[in-house]
Design a protein around this ligand. Structure first.
Ligand SMILES: [Zn+2]
Length: 268
C-alpha cells in the first residue's frame, strides 16, 4: 500500500478512487463483477443526491389546522356582509343575521415534502375557507377567484366583499390581527432540514446500491450458467466425435489438431 496525499478536489478524489478500483480488481478474485459492484456503490451516490431532490415531490402531506370560525350573512339580499365570530362547540346557536350565507374558517397549513423522510416543510400564509349553506359539501378558498365565481353561479349567492369583511374583522380583534396581516402578506415560508435531507439521500443511496447489487448478481449468475451450458455442449459433441462448432464428423481422424471443415482448434 503506497501512502499518497489525499486531495480535496472532488474530481481528483473520484479519479483516484476509480484508479484504485481498477488496480485492485486486477489482482483480486471476483474480477469484473466485483469491480461492477464497486462502481455501482460509487455512482449511486450522485444519483441518490439528484433523486433526493426529485423525491421531495413524491410524498407530500398536508396538515390543516382550523383556528377561528366565523358565521357570514347579510342584512337583506343586497345588504352589507355581517361577520360574527362563532364557536363550533355551540353549533345550535341561532344565526344573528337575517340572511345566513355560510361559515368561514381561518385555516393554516403545514406541507411536508420528501421521501422516505420529510426534508422540506412549507408554511403557506393562512387562508380563508368558506362553506356555503347551499353547498355544505364544498370548501372554497376565498382567494381562489375561479372557485368563488363557480360557486356563485351554482348557488346564485353573491360572495362580494366577504373576504375583505372577514380580514377586517380579524384585524379588529387584537388576538387575531397577526392572522390578518399574514393573510395580506400571503408569503410561504420554506424550511429544509439538512439532517432529514441527508437521511433521505442515504436511504436512497442504500436502496440504489442494493438494487444494483441484485442486478449485477443476476447478470453474473446468468453469465455463469451460459458458460456452463456451453462447456457441457462442447464436451458432449467431442465425446460424440463431432466438431463442437460445425458438427463435422471427426471419427475418421485420430486426435485432429483442427477441424478440417471450419478450422476450430480441437486437440492442440
Ligand atoms: Zn468444425
Amino acid at each position: 500500500m503506497t501512502q499518497r496525499r489525499r486531495s480535496r478536489n472532488p474530481f481528483r478524489l473520484l479519479r483516484d478512487r476509480l484508479a484504485e478500483i481498477e488496480r485492485n480488481s486486477a489482482t483480486r478474485p471476483g474480477g469484473r463483477w466485483r469491480r461492477a459492484n464497486e462502481y455501482a456503490l460509487l455512482f449511486s451516490l450522485p444519483v441518490a443526491i439528484v433523486l433526493g431532490y426529485l423525491f421531495d415531490d413524491l410524498d407530500v402531506t398536508v396538515e390543516r389546522e382550523q383556528n377561528v370560525m366565523f358565521r357570514i350573512g347579510r342584512e337583506g339580499i343586497d345588504g352589507p356582509v355581517i361577520v360574527v365570530r362563532h364557536d363550533p362547540e355551540y353549533d345550535q346557536q341561532p344565526w344573528a343575521m337575517t340572511l345566513p350565507l355560510g361559515t368561514v374558517m381561518v385555516e393554516t397549513r403545514l406541507i411536508r415534502r420528501g421521501w422516505p423522510v420529510a426534508s422540506v416543510v412549507e408554511r403557506p400564509a393562512p387562508r380563508l375557507v368558506m362553506t356555503l349553506i347551499l353547498a355544505p359539501d364544498r370548501r372554497i378558498a376565498l382567494a381562489d377567484r375561479a372557485g368563488v365565481v363557480a360557486i356563485e353561479s351554482e348557488t346564485g349567492v353573491s360572495l362580494d366583499g366577504v373576504r375583505e369583511a372577514v380580514i377586517d374583522t380579524l384585524e379588529g380583534a387584537t388576538s387575531l390581527a397577526n392572522l390578518a396581516s399574514a393573510i395580506r402578506r400571503n408569503e410561504t415560508t420554506t424550511t429544509r432540514s439538512w439532517g432529514a435531507s441527508i437521511a433521505a439521500g442515504g436511504a436512497t443511496w442504500l436502496l440504489l446500491f442494493v438494487v444494483s447489487t441484485i442486478a449485477i448478481r443476476t447478470a453474473q449468475l446468468t453469465a455463469w450458467m451460459h458458460a456452463r451450458l456451453r462447456r457441457r455442449r462442447v464436451v458432449r459433441r467431442l465425446r460424440a466425435g463431432r466438431c463442437p462448432d460445425c458438427l463435422y464428423d471427426l471419427h475418421l481422424e485420430r486426435f485432429p489438431k483442427r477441424c478440417p471443415e471450419c478450422g476450430r482448434r480441437i486437440w492442440s
